[in-house]
Design a protein around this ligand. Structure first.
Ligand code: UTP
Length: 297
């Protein structure tokens, strides 16, 4: 029987250089889609998947993230006095049970693999999830929940997988497929950011993982790889070499790369259109913009 996944690591120590100058003082994960910061989407997804312990790997300048999960007694009292129960309720999702959240520092930005490794003592000997908050996934059933359900059948390690066009393979870890079972693939290798001609398939890994604690041991032995960083992909690929299963899971849902400007803007439009209170206005605006563009052609 597989062990339940109750811990999740949120690596948020990156510098977010693609959003400079904003990220000079605002952590990328606090940037908002409509009215909720990216980190809130990630936390909601983790909760839906049964996660009970939330481990943030942070760095200098990420204080706003820690504050976000604190109680705000003055603000809450003001809202209560004014009878603004709707707003009070929206604050509730930001509250964390005492002791459920932990912050660990990554002292040097040595890559995603290193960030995950920094949390090793808090993980111990349990399977754990990794969520990259800049990958926001809209779907009926939250992506990590889909993966946890699939993982209960497979055990081993599981990564969220998505088909990408050939010209994009150099932006992702790509899966080498051994067996394709439809929603799930069993992999025989992983390659970090290959050129299109070197990519073993068109299935890319995106920012959701369920990993066995042996990945943390593998990270002890991983040298700096592509881009001078310690790559999580290499530590997962080492699992395959060690004879442990690594599965790719084709999740249901739409993924937005909110680490890029274009992806962030697309997510803003999509989440805006999904909101009853905004849809009509936003749709009318977009309609006008598109028509103006057409007229200009
Ligand atoms: P990115 O590759 O998107 O890097 O990291 P970044 O620094 O966040 O953004 P850019 O490319 O400079 O704009 C993917 C995820 O890994 C985390 C990031 O916080 C992000 O969630 N990460 C990356 C770390 O925690 N530590 C690192 O050393 C590198």
């Amino acid at each position: 029987m597989t062990r339940r996944v109750t811990k999740a690591i949120f690596p948020v120590a990156g510098m977010g250089t693609r959003f400079l100058p904003a990220t000079k003082s605002v952590p990328k994960e606090i940037m908002t889609l409509v009215d909720r910061p990216l980190i809130q989407y990630a936390i909601d997804e983790a909760r839906a998947a049964g996660i009970k312990e939330f481990i943030f790997v942070t760095s200098r300048g990420k204080g706003a993230l820690e504050d976000y999960f604190d109680h705000a007694p003055q603000l809450e009292q003001l809202l209560r006095q004014k009878g603004k129960t709707d707003l009070l309720n929206t604050l509730e999702s930001t509250n964390m049970e005492s002791g459920a959240i932990a912050y660990i520092r990554q002292h040097k930005a040595l890559g995603l693999g290193h960030a995950v490794w920094c949390a090793r003592r808090l993980i111990g000997d349990e399977p754990f999830a990794v969520i990259l908050p800049d990958d926001v996934i809209a779907g009926e059933k939250p992506c990590l929940q889909q993966m946890v359900e699939a993982y209960e059948e497979t055990g081993g390690n599981m990564v969220a997988a998505m088909e990408v066009p050939a010209e994009k393979t150099s932006s992702y870890g790509m899966l080498d497929i051994e067996a394709d079972m439809g929603a799930m693939v069993r992999t025989k290798g992983m390659v970090e950011k290959p050129k299109a001609e070197d990519a073993p398939s068109n299935l890319a890994v995106i920012g959701r993982y369920i990993l066995s604690p042996s990945v943390l041991e593998n990270l002890n032995n991983i040298e700096q790889g592509a881009g001078g960083e310690i790559q999580l992909t290499d530590a997962i690929a080492a699992e395959i070499k060690n004879g442990n299963g690594v599965y790719g899971y084709r999740f249901q849902g739409q993924r937005f790369d909110c680490g890029s400007k274009s992806g962030f803007l697309q997510a803003t439009v999509a989440f805006g259109l999904a909101r009853d209170d905004l849809r009509e206005d936003l749709f009318a605006y977009l309609h006008d913009v598109v028509n103006m563009g057409k007229a200009a052609e």
